[in-house]
Design a protein around this ligand. Sequence first.
Ligand code: ZN
Length: 204
Amino acid sequence: MKIVCIGRNYGEHTKELGNAVPDEPVVFLKPPSALIPRNSPINLPAFSTDVHHEIELVYAIGRRNGRAVADKVTIGLDLTARDVQQELKSKGLPWEKAKSFDGSAYVADAFTALESFPSSGHTIEFMLKKNGQVVQSGHSGQMIFPVDALIAHVERYMTLEPGDLLFTGTPAGVGGLAHGDRLEGYLLGELLFDLEVKGPASQR
Ligand code: ZN
């Protein structure tokens, strides 16, 4: 199983980090060891003092007629050590230390089958609350590259297999996490996760 992630796929978020709107999808990977286990809090790593929340639509990949397709959808968190990422970006280096560390990915348990949506014109709304306040909200219609285009693009480089997960980018409103924060994620108005944040002992 692999976790494929897309960066800079929402215009407002791309601008808030001072990046140009990409002319093709930005792709990176997280290993399976990045996944936060069920019933575990978010444990912030000691090597960063600026881990950001990024809520994203996460699609599970299936295959139909020999082709990779988005089968079902949920929400997840692409946790990003922004201080480390800025340093890597400034040196032109890959992002793995900032994006792929243990505990950098959360995927909610409850998926919704995409066939339960009308075939066209639907948008999938999602939202993140931090300590009870809405900090990020968006919907699938705001993606610069929609999920089918992302799958086609990724597959020019690597095969997507059933069970792979595709993170599709975050809307505006990313921000830092601290010990004691609480994150609640909503898909289509329904609460799918409620996670506690624990800082490293050195930052409590
Ligand atoms: Zn992201």
